[in-house]
Structure formats: C-alpha cells, structure tokens
Design a protein around this ligand. Sequence first.
Ligand code: NDP
Length: 607
Amino acid sequence: MTDAGTQSSVQIPMPEDLDFDIEALRRRYAAERAKRLRPDANDQYRMMAGGFDHYNDDPYVEPGFTREPLHEDIDVLVIGGGFGGQLAAVRLQEAGVTDFRIVEKAGDFGGTWYWNRYPGAQCDIEGYLYLPLLEEAGYIPKERYSFQPEIFAHAQRIGQMFNLYERACFQTRVREARWDDDAGRWEVTTDRDDVFRARFVIMSSGPLNKPKLPGVAGIEDFKGHTFHTSRWDYSYTGGDTTGNLHQLHDKRVGIIGTGATAIQSIPHLGEHAQHLYVFQRTPSSVDERNNTPTNPKWVEKLKPGWQGQRNRNFTALLDGIQLEDDQVRDKWTSPLKKLGDLLGSRDSDLSAEERALLAEIADFQKMNEIRDRVDRTVADTGTAEALKPWFGQWCKRPTFNDDYLPTFNRPNVTLVDTGGKGVERVTEHGVVVDGTEYPVDCLVFATGFEVGTAYVRRAEFDMYGRDGRSLDDAWAGGMRTFHGFLSHGFPNCFHMGLTQTGVTANFTYMLNLQSTHVAQLVAEVKRRGSTAIEPTPEAEAEWVRIMSLPNAMTEYQKACTPGYYNGEGTNEGRGFLQTTYPEGALAFYDMLARWRDEGSFEGLVVR
Ligand code: NDP
C-alpha cells in the first residue's frame, strides 16, 4: 500500500500523516471478526417452532375471522401487501392492468410496518425518500425520519387512494401455486380455500418476514414472559409505539440483540423497566439521528418529480458515484462525501490500489467518529469500551439514534457484553453469560429475521412450475433468475425484492423501480396477445453467472464481522447483500429500462 503511494504522482495520506494506526485497526477488526466466527453460521438460529410458533401469529387482528372462499379467474395475483405488493398493484393499474387481487397474511397493508410496532420503531431512511408515492398521494411526512404509525398510515393511505382495499384478501396465506400449462395460468390455493386462476403471479413476500430466535440452550425452559420485537406485547409492557411502557416499573427485563431494532427500543425499555439487562454480542455502529420537523418552506419549493430525483441522487451516491450534488446530506451520504473529499479531483489519476487505500482511510475515519461518540456519551469507561464497534462502516447495518448511548448512563441499565460469543444459556429464571446468571422477569428477543434460509421457506409456500418441479427444488443450489424476476420453468411468475436484482439502502425505491418493470412487462405480454413468458435456460445461466461475480460489496464483506449481510461470515452467497448486481443499483435499473425500451425481450421465450 505504502509503495503505491510513493510511486504515484498524487498525494496519498501516509500512515504517519494520520492520527490513527492503520495496521493496528486492521488487526483489531480481524481479531474481532475471528472472535465471532462460528462453524454453525446460519444454522445457529432457532426458527419459530415448538413452543415459540405463536410468534408467527398476528396479534393485531380479532380472532375468529371468516369469509366465503373465492374462486376467480384473474389476470394477476400479487402475493404480499407490503410496499412492494402495493407498488406492484399501483403500477399495474397505471399500465392498464386492473384485474388483480392482492393476498396478504396480515390484517392490513404495511408489511414490515404492520408487524413491527415496537416502541421507537422508526425508519432510518429519510421519510421523503422512503414513503413511496408521496407526490401521487399529495402527502409530505411530518418529520424527516418517520415513525412507524406514520408509515403504516401511509400504507393505508395508498390502499385507499388506489382502491387496493377492494382487491385485497387479508388474513389469507397462500398454500400452494401450481402452473397449468394448457390453460397458461397459475392455480393458487389459500388457507381460506380460495382458488385463484391467475395468468401472472407477482411474489413480493418480503426479505425479512420470518422472525428468528437465538440458538441458545434452555430458552424453552424460561418461566418468565417472552416476546419477539416484531410481536411486541404491549399487554405486558403497557404503552404503545411512542413508549410509556409503565407496566415494566416493577419488572427486570432482559433484551437479547443490539441490532437496528434494539437500538430504537432499548431507550424506552431503559426508561421504564425496574432494571434492564442488554445482552450484547456485537455492538452496532450508532450515529446521530438529528430528526427535524418538515420545513414548510422547503416543501413549497419542491418541483414535480422531486421524489424520484432525490432518490436517484441518494442511490447514486450510495453506489459510490462521486457527485457534487448531495441532496439528502444525511448520515448515509456524508461518509461517502468523506471519501469524495479525500479523492478530490484526482480520482481518475489514482490506481485501484490507491483508491482502495483512500476508501479504507475514509472508513476508518468514519468509524473513529462513531467510537469517539461512544466515549463522549457513555460515562462508565468499561461500558463505553464494550459499546464500540470494531468493523467497517458497511459491515453491519449502520444505526442512528440519539437516546441509545445515553441509556447506558442510567443506574437501572446494565450492558452485559458477551465478548462476541452470545448468550451462554437461558435458565428458568434468567440469562447466563460467562457463568453469571442475570435474573429477569421478561426476555425480549431482538434477534431479527431469517436471512439465507430457503426462499420457499421464507415465502411459506412452494410453487410448482411447468414440469411440476418445485421452486424449492429448482433453487436448492441458490436462486436462479433472469434479471431477478423470472425463472426458467416457472412462466409468468415474477419475484420482487432481493432476488438477484440491484440492491440499495432505500428498499422502497428499489421496489418502485422493480414494480414498474414487472407491470410494464405484464402489460406488454397482454398487449401482444401472448400467453406466457419465461427465460431461456441460457439467459438464466448467464444472469446467475453475472450475479456470482465478485463485486465491491461482496469483496468488502469478506473482512467483515459475521452477520446476516455476509452469511454469518461464510461469504457463501446467501447473505443479504450477496446477490446484487455487481455494477450497482442504478446501473441495474438503467439497464432494465434500456432492455424494456429495446423491446425484443431478449433472454425470454414469449409464447
Ligand atoms: P438484526 O438481525 O439486525 O439483529 C439481531 C441482533 O441479535 C444482533 O445484534 C445479533 O448479534 C443478536 N443476536 C443474535 N443471536 C444472539 C445470541 N445468541 N446472543 C446475543 N445476541 C444475539 O435484527 P433487527 O431486528 O435489529 O433488524 C432486522 C432488520 O430490520 C435489519 O435489516 C434492520 O436493518 C432492519 N431495520 C430497519 C429499520 C429502519 O430504519 N428501516 C429499523 C429497524 C430494523 P450479532 O450482530 O452478533 O449477530
């Protein structure tokens, strides 16, 4: 690295110019990663079964709902009523396709914002970017970073404005989808005994929909109260998403997990529990939130098309494209600006190695800021030390909160750091770490959702394609798609989400572009009078090859501490960020638009 610097005509900061030791940080990161690696990787987690399967239930609906089964021939069945499914439905209507149904297992629209109602639940992406269809709906979020009630209400607003409620079947789980090649239709059955015979199926069942538990011995023996954050039990805690968990005043509470969800809920638990024990395996990087009310003067100046332009700008910056114009200027984009400042105007003069070194320096600088913030905020030096993240800024989901770190200054809050090993054991009355038992009345699982398990398992049903082959079987060796949407042998079935597409931090922007693509394809197939489309095996194989090429993110993740981004440190391609278009999200969606405009449907067989 140093050699590259000295041979170059440009000024690269030398290790001696920096106020930190690059080699020491590299060693520290590698040691922290090594501590956390475990051979069981993804298999370490417990799925919601046995005594915990009630965590899959819907606590927000009245029990006993019934309705008559539906038997319908329709154009499109959309599976999933989160923002992805809603956007698909909206874009279908825009493209002139109005004969569709939406099937959703929950009692309303909202997807992740329906299920996740834990105290403090807030979107870390600016609401002006995240809440979809703001211009169409004539709505501006009340503050810069929206909380769950506002986001959920927006999903309901979209449902009403675009007449989606009349086409939605809630509290309905798909049982199976089977392709009828003679009829050119999918026959989809549900647990309400519906039979939908749909020409097209759009799958938008969400990437983080199945809660998981830590694989810790003894959790089924615990005699106290438990719940998962995605099914927050307010009947036990009192309060609501804004906090006020007053019923915890005489309760000792333990929370396992310190990811994005825990960071938002822990300040509320700390404020109200008699005592709170936070069981930490890996600390999160916690940056400033700085939420502000929406400025009406800013709103007045917005021009038509602003939301798409703002999202494009944000996505480009996160793709690593150096732009002068940073419209969002928040904690997602500012680290990238740091690199831009280091690169200055000399980007094109740099070798790949020099550029990589500068990127690493910018990353260290950002994470030093994050670690300094812990020192500045947390009074107890031992606790502060344990709260510092020792990994690169994109290794784990960055988090943003102004109340989390100060919570550890409360006398009733104890951080129990597990040194990267996780909780040792759960007993009838408490949690054991390093041989010490911490007695608790209630245990909250902030342990996230299944990632890297089979797609069909997360979708909760299997589909059977042209030759009766199941999708589970066809994808046993990993996902196989063309452009991320269609799969050979499964005509007219479109997948949306993280299925070999272009991934970016703002999922709703990604879903918006995906749904536009899918809706236009469906409309075009109908317009041409065709019955079925599916990719050729060759086009699919080529896409699978492209998606397995190393890219900047997968290479970066190799040195990262384990987590769901990198398949728990295995880097075997099943991590959240390991099936993404190598050239970046914008390049992917621009490529799709060109492919559509070209019009020949190259790579697909159209019948
Ligand atoms: P995560 O998967 O991010 O976090 C799970 C936590 O549980 C981690 O801290 C993990 O530690 C910990 N854990 C797992 N097993 C053990 C164990 N045996 N002992 C101790 N700790 C353990 O789940 P979240 O619910 O926080 O987040 C889920 C998703 O939702 C993420 O993608 C997140 O980004 C997203 N989210 C988004 C928000 C937004 O603003 N848009 C807000 C909240 C969540 P370790 O890190 O060591 O694995």
